[in-house]
Design a protein around this ligand. Structure first.
Ligand SMILES: Cc1ncc(C[n+]2csc(CCOP(=O)(O)OP(=O)(O)O)c2C)c(N)n1
Ligand SMILES: [Mg+2]
Length: 332
């Protein structure tokens, strides 16, 4: 089986491998949904269907020694960065083959071999941490970058404004990527946020900013390349707003019945998988038959992943005391 690092290299320039990774993320999330319904995933879980182009486009541009902070909706980012489906699903199912040994769960993914710092359930928390990582790179004289991926709702959080301000004044090598998927939990953006174009918030910090089409991987790669080049060459931070859409409800408890009729269907016309397929067929890299084969092979592969993770052991009770900062001493 390929390592996270090898999987990461696969999607660097290979357009078909990038598409396959997007299909992997989609199929992975479909299966998580089914496993959750079957009671095999405990707690909650937050799906990222609709955001696959963004996740893979970000990972394709970064180096494995850059660092990425993502959120509870981070399964796609984790898979895109290279984590194996076994390591992500194992974690979600609370099994020892998971990337955190099964003690983190769906919202806490980490794999430093590809630069994934622990994902967080605290809205906006990754923003100052990415700025802090960027400060470390700057102090060390390295050209690595820090990246924070967060939602539209997070741009209303204090940590967003503090993180952007500090990054701007110190010209930190950090890229802030706001995935504007139109909803924060059960609230549509127009009921919580007085502006539509969130990237303009960077004006307050004299920071370069732009929006891009988050449903189109080519647009994501282009925007990311511009921002990453600026950061690596000492030009400081960028705020990118990726316009995208959350195809599923907020979490598995949410049917998203509050969405206006037809809105989902409108966005699904620009499903990132569909947009990518059209491009690959037009350029002669894939045929409709090959696309179907990729999708059916992925379904088979994901069933193998589910079997492996279902059979993997659960962590022992004692393992809760492993990997913690201060070891707990047994009482006398
Ligand atoms: C600091 C903090 N406040 C509130 C919450 C509860 N909460 C969890 S997800 C969420 C919505 C965030 O929306 P957005 O940033 O758009 O991300 P998305 O869920 O759409 O990916 C909220 C308010 C939280 N986890 N952390
Ligand atoms: Mg959102």
């Amino acid at each position: 089986m390929k390592t996270s690092l090898q999987r990461r290299q696969d999607i660097k320039t290979d357009k078909i491998a990038q598409y396959e990774r997007m299909v992997e993320i989609r199929e992975f999330e479909e299966q998580i949904n089914a496993l959750f319904a079957a009671g095999l995933v405990r707690g909650s879980t937050h799906l990222c269907q609709g955001q696959e182009a963004l996740d893979v486009g970000i990972a394709a541009v970064l180096r494995p020694d850059d660092v990425v902070l993502a959120t509870y909706r981070g399964h796609g980012v984790a898979l895109a960065l290279g984590l194996t489906p076994e390591s992500v699903l194992g974690e979600i199912m609370g099994k020892t083959n998971g990337c955190c040994g099964g003690v983190g769960g769906s919202m806490h993914m980490c794999d430093m071999s590809v630069g994934l710092l622990p994902t967080s359930a605290i809205v906006g928390a990754g923003i100052p941490i990415a700025a802090g990582a960027a400060l470390a790179f700057q102090v060390q004289g390295k050209d690595n970058v820090g990246v924070a991926v967060f939602g539209d709702g997070a741009s209303n959080i204090g940590a967003f404004h503090e993180g952007l301000n500090l990054a701007a004044i110190w010209k930190l090598p950090v890229i802030f990527i706001c995935d504007n998927n139109v909803y924060g939990e059960y609230s549509r953006i127009n009921t919580t946020t007085p502006i539509e174009d969130l990237h303009t918030r960077a004006e307050s910090y004299n920071m370069p900013h732009f929006s891009l089409d988050g449903m189109d991987i080519a647009a994501v790669e282009k925007g990311m390349t511009e921002a990453v080049n600026r950061a690596r060459s000492g030009g400081g931070p960028t705020l990118i707003e990726a316009k995208t859409y959350r195809f599923a409800g907020h979490s598995r408890a949410d049917q998203a019945l509050y969405r206006p009729a037809g809105e989902l269907e409108q966005w699904q016309k620009r499903d990132p998988l569909k947009v990518t397929e059209e491009g690959l067929v037009a350029s002669g890299l894939l045929t409709p038959e090959k696309i179907e084969k990729i999708k059916s092979d992925m379904k088979v592969r994901m069933q193998e992943v589910i079997e492996t993770c279902s059979a993997a052991p659960e962590p022992t009770l004692a393992s809760m005391f492993e990997n913690i900062w201060t070891p707990v001493k047994a009482s006398k």
